[in-house]
Ligand binder design. Structure first.
Ligand SMILES: [Zn+2]
Length: 254
């Protein structure tokens, strides 16, 4: 079985499943997905994330505020409250995104620092999003000292991957890895140590080849693993085993 290390189950397009999350989850299980890390992006939708994890033994939750969703006054006590609940395996997604929301850069940096502190306090790993902000993201993470975490939906260069690996982070690849124009990214993926690789869908976004143009879903994580296996010259089964072990190790899954 394979683990989708990053999906937004509360935001899935459920139309192909007759509107039912249960059907979407079952379809994924039938195709070999054994666990789902359901990612929090803001305080408004965090209860939905918690409820899905509460209701399913194979769904785990993370707690965080996405850099695109950062606002001026964040109730970090509320965030902390969610983060101490059962089924929570990480803090995030947090990070910096200067592509879509450059105007909130300062607020994003403050939010990332708060998330790092929370992760330290609760001894939880971080789920990091970075877009056009790699230097600031890595600088903030380094200042905080070595932390456990994952650079999710990785699309940066090798230098960035190397710095993140040196900090002890895992590197998670999404459907972007399967895109025709992603040759540079595949070259990066070919160099990441096997014991630091993870796979994800980031569903409902970024459906991989051959499902591009459709709404993404956790079952498609297998397509990411397939490309990664080819790149590394191992079988799909081996890549599944490797990424599953890494994901379980980082998130301390049973
Ligand atoms: Zn995400």
């Amino acid at each position: 079985m394979i683990i989708d290390s990053h999906c937004h189950l509360n935001l899935l397009d459920l139309v192909p499943f007759e509107g039912s999350l249960e059907a979407a989850l079952q379809d994924s299980r039938d195709r070999g997905v054994g666990a789902f890390i359901c990612i929090g992006v803001d305080l408004e939708t965090q209860p939905a994330v918690m409820a899905i994890a509460e209701a399913h033994q194979d769904v785990y939750a993370t707690v965080g505020i996405h850099p695109n969703h950062v606002v001026e006054h964040i109730d970090f006590e509320q965030l902390r409250h969610y983060a101490t609940q059962r089924h929570v395996v990480a803090i995030g997604e947090t990070g910096l995104d200067y592509h879509y929301t450059p105007e909130s850069a300062v607020l994003q940096q403050a939010s990332l620092e708060q998330h790092i502190q929370l992760a330290k306090d609760l001894d939880l790993p971080l789920v990091i999003h970075t877009r056009e902000a790699r230097r600031d993201t890595l600088d903030l993470l380094s200042q905080a000292g070595p932390r456990a975490g994952v650079m999710h939906c990785f699309t940066e260069d090798w230098e960035t991957a190397k710095r993140a690996l040196d900090l002890g982070f895992y590197i998670s690849f999404s459907g972007v890895l399967t895109f025709k124009n992603a040759q540079a990214l595949r070259e990066v993926a070919a160099q990441v140590p096997l014991d630091r690789l993870m796979v994800e869908t980031d569903s409902p976004w970024l459906a991989p080849v051959p499902h591009r143009g459709r709404s993404n879903r956790p079952a498609y994580v297998i397509e990411v693993a397939r490309v990664l296996a080819e790149l590394r010259g191992v079988s799909l089964e081996e890549m599944t085993t490797i990424t599953r072990a890494n994901t379980r190790s980082l998130f301390k899954l049973p």
